[in-house]
Design a protein around this ligand. Structure first.
Ligand code: NAP
Ligand code: F7E
Length: 341
């Protein structure tokens, strides 16, 4: 009997990598996609179309984590052994514009899934996609599983609720419910409005003359950036550990947005120099042409200045460690982008 996994958020960056990973492991994968006016399955089309070649192993269903009926009906019908909750309004800046909707998907979405597990089958294992954003205005560096949370956005606050409701269902109903506290992870499939992909796409286009300028916000914010492909393996390891628990998944290294820009430029053999300070800081190509400017609208209302994770527990108990560093991540993102231009 093949194991059945159900992924909420299958059409996102992590959903795509996780489905590929689970299919390789021999799972039958069911995914929940939202109805949208444009087709939103481009990240998984390659594996979905495979169904015509071999026996079907990937199944898609319409649903939404804001709709309790769809959540419980799907869990009842599919009877998964493992549920991965990756569904979220996942953009921190957008969460300030849509705080209630963000809370509905990010905080109440997992509650609805956990409640359905409690009703239908307490043996279903549950993975909650937690976030380093929960550490926000950090109490210590690097952050570990015991570092207190200080969330700084509606998104992060909703993730803190999701974290604790997962712990609570584990402790109250004896459900195998675990939190992965994942630090930023990127890939060629990363959404275009997250800073890494925004930088990669813009510099590739500027290099070939298809774009003139890139506008950024706070270039001094530091993040611990890993590769999404490594991180979905950690999700599976978390659910297949002997007991439910919470784990930090990170690389243990952090870089500023400015350093990320410089590394991408280096990869593209573009010589850039920075001049000015604060909002007036600008980057010039070959010392003459201004190609990067800062814009107030891209600054956060409450910024998370620095994040760096300590993944010691995952290394020790799950035997997980990141296989790619920042340069390998940038190579993958840039090379994939250059193929599209
Ligand atoms: P993503 O690319 O934005 O994907 C989010 C997924 O959730 C998409 O499939 C999206 O569907 C779906 N979704 C949004 N609202 C939904 C709703 N109401 N009902 C059902 N599905 C909904 O995010 P990601 O980078 O893959 O991240 C996966 C999860 O990990 C998210 O929960 C995110 O908050 C969390 N996380 C991400 C990172 C990171 O660095 N990537 C780090 C820590 C935690 P559409 O395709 O239709 O929009
Ligand atoms: O911003 C700064 C910005 O939007 C990173 C999500 O996956 O990871 C992600 O959240 C940093 C911030 O990611 C721009 O102020 C500067 O300090 O790429 P981001 P994020 O906010 O860290 C966490 C772990 C998640 O859980 C989230 O779901 O970069 N920054 N200039 C900018 N950010 C953006 N987006 N755009 C800019 O122009």
């Amino acid at each position: 009997m093949k194991k059945i996994a159900l992924i909420f958020g299958i059409t996102g960056q992590d959903g795509a990598y996780l489905s590929k990973f689970l299919l390789k492991k021999g799972y039958l994968v069911h995914g929940v996609k939202r109805r949208s006016s444009l087709i939103n399955t481009y990240r998984i089309d390659d594996i979905y179309q495979d169904k015509f070649k071999s026996k079907k192993k990937l199944f898609l269903h319409y649903g939404d984590v804001t709709d309790p009926l769809s959540v419980s009906n799907l869990i009842k019908k599919i009877k998964p052994a493992e549920i991965y909750n990756l569904a979220a309004q996942s953009h921190v800046a957008v969460s300030f514009e849509t705080p209630e909707y963000t809370a509905n998907t990010v905080a109440l979405g997992p509650l609805r899934i956990l409640d359905a597990i409690k009703k239908f089958n307490k043996k279903i294992k549950f993975y909650q996609a937690g976030s380093s954003e929960m550490f926000g205005k950090v109490f210590e560096t690097p952050q570990n599983e015991k570092t207190p949370f200080y969330p700084r956005s509606p998104y992060a606050i909703a993730k803190v609720y999701a974290h604790w409701i997962t712990v609570n269902f584990r402790e109250s109903y004896n459900i195998f419910a675990s939190n992965g506290i994942l630090f930023n992870h990127e890939s060629p499939l990363r959404g275009e409005t997250f800073v890494t992909q925004k930088i990669v796409k813009a510099l590739c286009k500027i290099k070939i003359g298809k774009q003139k300028k890139l506008y950024l916000g706070n270039v001094y914010a530091k993040r611990d950036w890993g590769h999404a492909e490594d991180y979905v393996e950690a999700m599976w390891k978390i659910l297949n550990y002997k007991k439910p628990d919470d784990f930090i998944i990170s690389t243990g290294k952090h870089y500023s947005v400015k350093q990320f820009v410089n590394l991408v430029a280096k990869k593209l053999q573009m010589k850039i120099t920075w001049k000015g300070k604060g909002i007036d800081e600008k980057a010039y190509l070959d010392t003459k042409k201004c190609i990067i400017e800062c814009k107030k609208e891209y600054f956060r209302l409450a910024e998370v200045n620095t994040l760096k994770g300590n993944y010691y527990k995952a290394k020790k108990l799950l035997k997980w460690k990141p296989s790619r560093d920042i340069n390998s991540l940038i190579n993958d993102m840039v090379e994939s982008e250059l193929k599209k231009n």
